[in-house]
Design a protein around this ligand. Sequence first.
Ligand code: SF4
Length: 457
Amino acid sequence: MSETTPSSVPRRTSSRKQVRPIVEHEDGTTSSTPTRSGRPLLDFRGPRVSQPPQHLADMSMDERIAAVKEMGLPAFRAKQLSTHYFVHHSSDVDQMTDLPKDSRAELGERFFPTLLTEVHRLKTGNGDTIKFLWRLFDGSLVESVLMRYRNRITLCVSSQCGCGMNCPFCATGQQGLTRNMSAAEIVDQVVRANQVIAAGELADTSDEDRNLLGEAAAGVGDESGGEAVSETAPTGTSAGAHATASGGAAERVTNIVFMGMGEPLANYKRVMNAVRRFVEPGPSGLGMSARRITISTVGLVPGINKLAMEEIPVTFALSLHAPDDGLRNEMIPVNTRWNADEAIDAAYAYYKTSGRRVSIEYALIKDMNDHAWRAGLLAKKLNARGRGWVHVNPIPLNPTPGSVWTASEPDVAAEFVRVLRDAGVPTTIRDTRGKDIDGACGQLATSQQNDDAVTAD
Ligand code: SF4
């Protein structure tokens, strides 16, 4: 497909300079995207390192039953343990009074090893967004971000410790890949967030969010603001509420987006095992709607094709960030393996196979990828595949402190959106939550690693 600028596209911003991605080093020097023998540094596997001890959330119900039987206990104990964890969000065996007292410690050790230790918790001023920094069993640091919107509660989860995709604008990408996270480490981020919500620590702000265009803001991972809002909690309950056994309503995470640290499709097996736990009805799992789980990728085409064949209809998002290979090769080094057209083709095939409309995520970076002609080129490429299959979500970049890159100016972002909409492509600009709490992915973990290094010196 041609990557020339469409003649019908306005070039209002074409006189703006084009900034190229540059990696800044600690000693103040800069370079273009790091390469090995001229090829971008990409790490799909990471070093061989040990995984955390097996946890209840790593196991299917059958495996849990087999494990309790191995301990000489009846099968129904597996269901009891699962109810505590997935329905009541508890892993404190001392509180599980329906278990025999003399087995509780052993059951706790076997099924609930500590996976996440909270290192930091940062809240926005109005308390509707909380960012967590977790330390894992091997000292690795990962983040998750909990966000309340008017009709939903979204958790952005991490799937890898660091990331091997080496995107130069991303703090996580600069850390490299330490290891894949286990399924239970992914699931436990949600369970821990549910505990925080149940404790009333996520503020209930009734003000409607507005994005920088003054529209009702939709959060990351929504297909579209309006549609996502329509599939909400039962009438009469607040965001994320679901009925409890006592007839009351408890709140919990309603939407999950795999947009934290890591490339989820590079950790395919464990991510899908976690997704199974999310969607399995209680007490096997959390009983969430698959539609409210968004898996986002920078374009690992074989993984996208595999995901399309799964029987779990998750929402799929492609982090495109540039429609032209010239820029995308530099912003998203994996583009040199599967280019922009191949990634868009795979996203379209996902739509054809699953019937689920897909999202294109596009971080708007000032003077780098926010030109109106790029919006036109993107629209042309999407429309060439068909209509009604895709929704574009531009998100003003949440910049890393000290980075040369920053978010697009509001009028430039507005023009970008206008070009897409005029071409008939549904487009919703996202709000960027957590700017005041090191909101960009990997920022908090990076500053903690620096602190740890200083302490160790
Ligand atoms: S943007 Fe995503 S894929 Fe790229 S380095 Fe960061 S976490 Fe990895």
